[in-house]
Design a protein around this ligand. Structure first.
Ligand code: HEC
Ligand code: HEC
Length: 370
């Protein structure tokens, strides 16, 4: 080989390898997801409005309450269908407002319903599923942390705890999603949301590094499924039936603070506590004596269970959306002695006030400080 050829060869190898490192990854299209019958479609659409719209928005736009992500972003469904949709829906993300909706963990939906809702969301999004590998994304964790501190913390929090965006250090998030799903979100962003694509801001290697950093937050902790306890019966709803009315001073005419509620419980005041979250999370941890009364309850059938003359305090974890929704509906039915726990149950727990946990559930698992 003559001298000029060697140069050309060397240049082309060099150019070839750098452009490869910065090129977009090539993804394959995966097998087609299941079609739904018109009946399944109608049921899924109803279930969506009943169970999900409160936080994810009537049109799946997201960020209606408590920074619930968009459920129509194409990039989410390209990379996430079905399992990265099905798993949070079924089992929730512990320590966030996202509870589990599968009956097996105490939620309101059957396995068929969760699958149908997954595919319904997929078809609604108009996305084309692509194939991601199960391979770990390898990278330099220390370098990845630098990228994270520079580009991600304003929304995802210094420790990945989530501020206006999902908690990336959350153990359910990490357990339910593979590395490639995480990497894809960073590379492509989530269209129609504040999560932009980092493809032109970070190199491919930097995206690998920050993915490896996020993965390094996984503690491989087992996500325990709890033994379901029996729900209280209406005769058990009033706490301290012989006690006095707590006579709360309500902020804005509706909010009670955790401190005031705790003091009322300590001094044995008469109360009804409504836990307005999806019942699966009541099963994991709740305020003592609280009644599972999820935001999707049919009030026409359940209003008869509640007294009109006893102080009702509703709480949730979003931190108030579900509780306010329930008290507003109760007001329309003539229940006027109601209040909403201002800080929600995570605020209550962060103050160190007690909760009743499912048997065998470690405090860290129940709470995963928010
Ligand atoms: C009380 C508010 C609330 C309700 C109701 C709710 N979610 Fe969520 N959901 C959230 C929040 C908050 C997150 C993000 C949690 C985090 O990781 O910080 C989330 C995350 C998710 C994710 C993960 C999305 C992603 O980008 O990875 C899916 C999927 C999801 N929810 C589906 C549903 C479905 C389906 C329903 C109805 C059956 C539902 N959610 C009901 C608040 C809610
Ligand atoms: C301007 C705020 C903002 C910044 C900066 C930001 N993100 Fe996000 N990120 C979001 C929001 C909001 C979502 C949820 C998107 C949605 O609604 O679907 C999100 C979603 C994600 C998801 C998917 C989470 C899930 O629950 O499925 C990952 C992974 C992620 N971001 C990683 C990063 C990384 C890594 C960086 C830094 C390189 C970063 N983000 C920077 C706002 C941000």
């Amino acid at each position: 080989m003559t001298y000029p050829y060697v140069i050309i060869l060397l240049i082309s190898v060099f150019v070839g390898s750098t452009s490869l490192a910065f090129a977009e990854r090539v993804y394959e299209k995966d097998a087609d997801p299941r079609e739904l019958t018109s009946e399944q479609t109608a049921r899924a659409a109803r279930n969506y409005q009943k169970y999900c719209a409160l936080c994810h928005g009537e049109n799946r736009e997201g960020h209606k309450n408590d920074h619930a992500p968009s459920l129509r972003s194409k990039s989410l469904f390209e990379s996430g269908a079905p399992h990265s949709i099905l798993r949070p829906m079924s089992y929730g993300r512990q320590g966030t407002a996202m509870g589990g909706y599968l009956d097996e963990v105490g939620g309101p939906m059957t396995l068929d319903e969760t699958w149908d809702l997954t595919y319904w969301l997929y078809w609604q999004s108009g996305a084309q599923r692509i194939k991601l590998t199960e391979n770990p994304v390898l990278g330099d964790i220390a370098q990845g942390e630098k990228v994270f501190q520079q580009h991600c913390v304003t929304c995802h929090g210094k420790n990945g705890e989530g501020i206006t965006a999902p908690a990336l250090a959350n153990q359910s998030f990490l357990a339910h999603n593979k590395d490639e799903f995480i990497r894809y979100a960073i590379e492509k962003g989530r269209d129609g949301t504040p999560m932009v694509s980092f493809l032109d801001k970070l190199s491919s290697v930097e995206i690998d590094n920050v993915t490896a950093f996020i993965r390094s937050k996984a503690k491989d902790a087992k996500i325990t499924q709890v033994q379901l306890r029996a729900l209280p019966t209406p005769e058990e709803y009033v706490i301290n039936p012989q006690g006095e009315d707590p006579a709360f001073t309500l902020e804005d005419g509706k909010f009670v603070s955790s401190a005031d509620l705790y003091a009322a419980m300590q001094s044995k005041k008469r109360l009804v506590l409504l836990d307005t979250r999806v019942t699966s999370v009541w099963q994991r941890a709740h305020l003592e004596g609280s009644v599972p009364f999820p935001y999707y309850s049919d009030l026409q059938t359940r209003m008869g269970e509640l007294p009109k003359d006893v102080q009702i305090v509703a709480y949730c974890s979003c931190p108030r959306a579900a509780a306010e929704y329930v008290t507003e509906q109760l007001a329309e039915l003539g229940f006027n002695h109601t209040a909403v726990l201002y800080e929600g149950i995570f605020g209550w727990m962060n103050f160190g006030y007690p909760v009743v946990r499912a048997e065998g559930l470690e405090a860290s698992e129940a709470e995963q400080a928010h």
